[in-house]
Structure formats: structure tokens, C-alpha cells
Design a protein around this ligand. Structure first.
Ligand code: NDP
Length: 419
């Protein structure tokens, strides 16, 4: 087991042990506070939605089984021998883990199963009617999974500990994730949870909101159609470029613990769908002109996001690729180079800029009367500013002087001329 040991984590993130302990409580509380507020008539963040739900009102064995069945279906699809097998980046011991890339297949099969269900009379609006209970079940499962992951890391690790989740403090390591790539045989738990149940669940939840709105008002609104279409594009894009996730911070650096488990299984599907949930109870009228403006804004965000991510992925996979071979670069002591022209010469995190523009476009169809549907863009700005700082810290450690030179030549982090 010695080869799984990594140096103790000395620099604690997220406010250290206290911050981690608080976040274990604050993350679920935020989900339920926002969902309850969103369903209430005023949908105001200052009005505490009363009465507060009790365990009995949230706990539903049927909904628990439903969430479990959804995760089970995705797990079965993940294990099917469809799609190619690829290698992740080299680990500390120079080995590489293998990953099956079959997310697009899983998405297609899920769409077929859903389509067949709808044709057979499946009432998708059940998801809206039982939204809090389903979110509660997902939260319980995320907690349960996090406990099992922590125990597995202590008792039966199969891969190295995460460099950022090896402090020795149980609360901190439980939150950050102790083991880097926990697996059961070839089943990679973190890779599976990162996209499958949560991201596909988000798209299905959005669809359920559209069905509910149609049941209530006879047809889906333009606002509902736009948010569904924008977010579906984002989800399909993530599955289409599934392999790119293997080089992200979540897979390479962060362990699999409460932060990612709760994020993947509860936060993403139930909070990222806040706009469509809001639109069911707070219908909005959009003129075609405003809708066209919002579509253009989303298109702009998407092209920056996709352009930047693809440019870096192509460059990291094959710097001689004609698509990136003409870009200017800085050499680093590690042998890897940093792009200083193209998207990565515009700002240091152009992909975050594109993502944030899209996030804004997803909120605009909800009108300007409430702040609640803007939760996503506000939270996402904080998340990406914090993530950017974490990444800068790691890049400075990795690339030293070359990174300083990059920062000098590309002075803005995310927003040109602002930040
Ligand atoms: P990034 O894709 O931004 O990757 C950062 C890494 O890129 C760095 O660590 C460095 O790694 C490399 N890099 C940085 N600058 C350069 C350069 N100039 N030239 C070449 N390589 C460079 O990481 P994330 O995982 O944070 O983001 C991936 C995508 O996921 C983004 O679009 C982000 O917006 C999105 N995202 C979405 C979330 C959501 O909830 N919707 C949550 C988090 C992220 P190295 O040099 O080692 O290759």
C-alpha cells in the first residue's frame, strides 16, 4: 500500500477544517433553501420559505428507489462494452488508468428509454411534483457514498491518495476526497459520477419542467424552450467531448469525497435546473427580439467556451496539429509549453469567460423581476474565480518562471481589461 501514499497535504483549501465542516452542512442547506424559495410565490431570497420541511415530508422510499434506479441504469450503461477505451494522464507512479469513453452511447440509450417511456404514458412531471423528495434522496445517497469512499480510502485503497485530500484530518479529507481515483475493479467511481447521473439527470429534470409547464398552461413558453435548449447543448457538448474531462482538475488533482459526490449527484442536477423550476411557477413572456438577443449571447459564450477548450485539448494532445501549430508558445522547464496566442493569449482562462457568458444567457429568459434565477451565474462566477486562483497556484508551482512570464504577457485572468 506504500505506493499509494503521497506527501501530507500542508496547504488546506476552502478555509481548512472549519471551512470543510461548514460546507458539509451549508451545501445541502443551500440546495433546500433555494428549491423551497423557488417554489414559493414571492420567490424572494429574503423571505424564509415557511414552514420548513421535516424529515417525514422529505423522505419518500419510492423516490429514493427512483434515484437509485436512475444511478443504477447509468452504471449499467457505463459498464457496457460500447465506445473506446482510453488512457488518463500519467499518475505519480508513472502508470496510467484506463477509462471507457461511452458517454455519448449512454446518452443516446437514455434518450431512447425516455422516449419509449413517454410513448407508453410515463408522467415526467412527477419529477416536478416530487422535486424536494428526489433532491433529498439524492443528498442521502451522496452522503452515504462519501462515507463509503472515505472508509474505502482508509481500508482498501486501490490508487494513490489525492494530493489535496491527505491532510490526516478526517473531516477535511472526507470533504476533499481522500483517494484520488477510487475504483471497484475497472469501474471508476469519480469518472462515472462526474458526468453520468448528474449531467444527464439535469437534462431530464429540465425536460420534466417543460412537461409540467405544458400540463399547466397548454404549451411550453419560449423562455422554457430556450433554457432547455441552451442547457441541453451544454450537456450534449460535455458528453461529446467526454475524453477532455480526463485532464481536468477534478480528475487529475481532486480526490473523490463529499465535495464532488454531493456536487455531482445533488448540486448539479437539482440546482443547475433552478431556472426551469422557476419558470414553471413564474411564467415569463419573451419577445422574439429579446429571444434572438439571448440566443446570440449564448452562441457567443458557447463559441468562446468550445473554441478555448478545444484549442487547449488539441495542443496538449498533439502540439504539431495544424490547427494549433501556428500559435505562439512559451517553453517551460517541464518540457511542456504554454500557449500565448489564440484564445489562451486573450485571457488566462478564456474557457471560464465563455462558460460565464452562457450562464448569464441561461438566466436572462427568466426576466429581471427576481434575483433567484441568477443564482447560477452568481455562484458560478464565485466558483470559477476561486477555481482560477487554485489553478494559478498549481500552475505557478508547476511552471515557475515560465508561468510568471505567461502572466506578464497575458495580464487578465478571466475578463479582459477587468479581472
Ligand atoms: P482548464 O480546462 O481551464 O485547465 C486548466 C489547465 O490548463 C492548467 O492547469 C494547465 O494545465 C492548462 N493551461 C493553462 N493555461 C494554459 C496555456 N496558456 N496553454 C496551455 N495549457 C494551459 O480546467 P477546468 O477543469 O477548471 O475547466 C474545464 C472546463 O470545465 C472549463 O470550460 C470550465 O468552465 C468548465 N467547468 C464547468 C463547471 C460547471 O459546473 N459547469 C465546473 C468546473 C469547470 P497543464 O499545463 O498541466 O495542461
Amino acid at each position: 500500500m506504500d505506493r499509494f501514499r503521497v506527501p501530507r497535504t500542508k496547504e488546506l483549501e476552502f478555509g481548512g477544517v472549519l471551512g470543510a465542516a461548514l460546507l458539509v452542512a451549508v451545501m445541502p442547506a443551500t440546495v433546500f433553501y433555494l428549491l423551497l424559495t423557488c417554489k414559493s410565490e414571492p420567490a424572494s431570497l429574503l423571505n424564509v420559505p415557511l414552514p420548513l420541511p421535516t424529515f417525514r415530508s422529505l423522505w419518500s422510499p419510492q423516490d429514493f428507489v427512483l434515484v437509485l434506479a436512475w444511478i443504477g441504469l447509468q452504471a449499467v450503461l457505463y459498464m457496457l462494452p460500447m465506445g473506446k477505451v482510453t488512457e488518463g494522464i500519467a499518475l505519480r507512479d508513472k502508470t496510467r488508468l484506463q477509462y471507457r469513453i461511452n458517454g455519448s452511447h449512454a446518452m443516446l440509450v437514455t434518450a431512447l428509454v425516455l422516449g419509449a417511456g413517454l410513448a407508453a404514458g410515463l408522467r415526467l412531471s412527477y419529477v416536478y411534483d416530487h422535486f424536494l423528495q428526489l433532491a433529498f434522496s439524492a443528498s442521502l445517497l451522496a452522503f452515504g457514498l462519501s462515507v463509503l469512499l472515505y472508509l474505502k480510502a482508509l481500508l482498501a485503497p486501490e490508487t494513490a491518495m489525492a494530493p489535496g485530500g491527505n491532510s490526516g484530518n478526517p473531516i477535511y479529507d472526507f470533504f476533499m476526497g481522500h483517494e484520488l481515483n477510487p475504483r471497484i475493479g475497472a469501474f471508476d467511481l469519480k469518472f462515472f459520477c462526474e458526468l453520468r447521473p448528474g449531467l444527464l439527470g439535469w437534462a431530464v429534470i429540465n425536460m420534466a419542467m417543460l412537461v409540467k409547464e405544458t400540463e399547466l398552461r397548454g404549451s411550453p413558453s419560449l423562455a422554457m424552450i430556450l433554457v432547455n435548449a441552451f442547457q441541453l447543448l451544454y450537456v450534449v457538448d460535455a458528453f461529446w467531448h467526454e475524453e477532455a474531462i480526463l485532464t481536468t482538475m477534478d480528475i487529475v488533482h481532486d480526490g473523490f469525497g463529499f465535495m464532488l459526490a454531493f456536487g455531482d449527484l445533488t448540486w448539479v442536477p437539482f440546482l443547475y435546473s433552478l431556472q426551469t423550476y422557476f419558470l414553471v411557477t413564474h411564467p415569463q413572456k419573451l419577445s422574439l427580439l429579446v429571444a434572438a438577443g439571448i440566443i446570440l449571447l449564448n452562441g457567443l459564450g458557447y463559441s468562446i467556451f468550445r473554441g478555448a477548450n478545444s484549442q487547449k485539448n488539441t495542443f496538449r494532445r498533439n502540439p504539431a496539429d495544424p490547427k494549433v501549430a501556428g500559435l505562439r508558445t512559451i517553453p517551460t522547464a517541464t518540457g511542456r509549453r504554454l500557449l500565448v496566442s489564440g484564445w489562451w493569449g486573450f485571457v488566462r482562462h478564456p474557457n471560464y469567460l465563455g462558460d460565464l457568458i452562457m450562464a448569464f444567457a441561461w438566466s436572462l429568459p427568466c426576466g429581471l423581476s427576481h434575483i433567484l434565477p441568477y443564482f447560477y451565474v452568481l455562484y458560478f462566477t464565485l466558483l470559477l474565480v476561486h477555481r482560477e486562483a487554485r489553478d494559478e497556484h498549481q500552475c505557478l508551482r508547476k511552471y515557475g518562471l515560465a508561468w510568471q512570464e505567461y502572466c506578464r504577457r497575458v495580464p487578465y485572468r478571466i475578463f479582459p481589461y477587468i479581472y
